[in-house]
Design a protein around this ligand. Structure first.
Ligand code: S3P
Length: 188
């Protein structure tokens, strides 16, 4: 199959970008990079600390610099933070030589998957579900606009999502041709 130079995963908190990204990279023989984890390593502190000390704006500056740097890396699957699409200047970094995949997930699943998490500062308040809903309303059109593939992840195991993604990335596979007739090209 002819593979894109890079695969970039976008989508909300709790979409499964890191888990699916790691498995997809293995499947493609690519390196897996997680923008948030690399920011934390470089900074020597976790994301809640960065938000606390530098504010969200400080984190966003680090994120933009990281995305710019990582957009140079070939043969990689890159998992991005849920807010990476909010700065327009990041779009060129995300799109550069890349296939962008939007992992689309219901609010219910996002709530379920982030319920016990203490590492996401935007959700450490009385109404994390309300925050997720507001962020979805703002960000869903942007994720969709940037994406080459929109993949629903609700009620699917990471393994199934990866199998469906590989199938969608390789339009010549017989399995893909059978499915296109049923589902159309843009969504799964
Ligand atoms: C954020 C998502 C987080 C992380 C930060 C801000 C967001 O990443 O970048 O807490 O704005 O949605 P995940 O999407 O990996 O949780």
């Amino acid at each position: 199959m002819s593979l894109p130079k890079r695969v970039v995963l976008v989508g909300p908190m709790g979409a499964g970008k890191s888990t699916i990204g790691r498995m997809l990279a293995k499947e493609l023989g690519y390196r897996f990079l997680d923008s948030d984890r690399i920011i934390e390593e470089r900074c020597g502190a976790n994301i809640p600390w960065i938000f606390d000390v530098e504010g969200e704006d400080g984190f966003r500056q680090r994120e933009t610099a990281m995305l710019s740097e990582l957009s140079e890396q070939p043969q990689t699957v890159l998992a991005t933070g849920g807010g990476a699409v909010m700065r327009e200047e990041n779009h060129a970094h995300l799109k550069r030589d890349s296939m962008v995949i939007y992992l689309k997930t219901s609010i219910e699943q996002q709530v379920e998957r982030t319920r016990k998490d203490k590492n996401r500062p935007l959700l450490q308040n009385d109404d994390p579900e309300g925050v997720l809903r507001r962020l979805f309303a703002l960000r869903d059109p942007i994720y969709t606009g940037l994406a080459d593939i929109v993949m629903y992840t609700d009620r699917k195991s990471p393994r199934l999502v990866v199998r469906q993604l590989v199938n969608r990335m390789n339009p010549k596979s017989p399995r893909h041709r059978r499915k296109v007739g049923k589902e159309g090209r843009n969504h799964a």
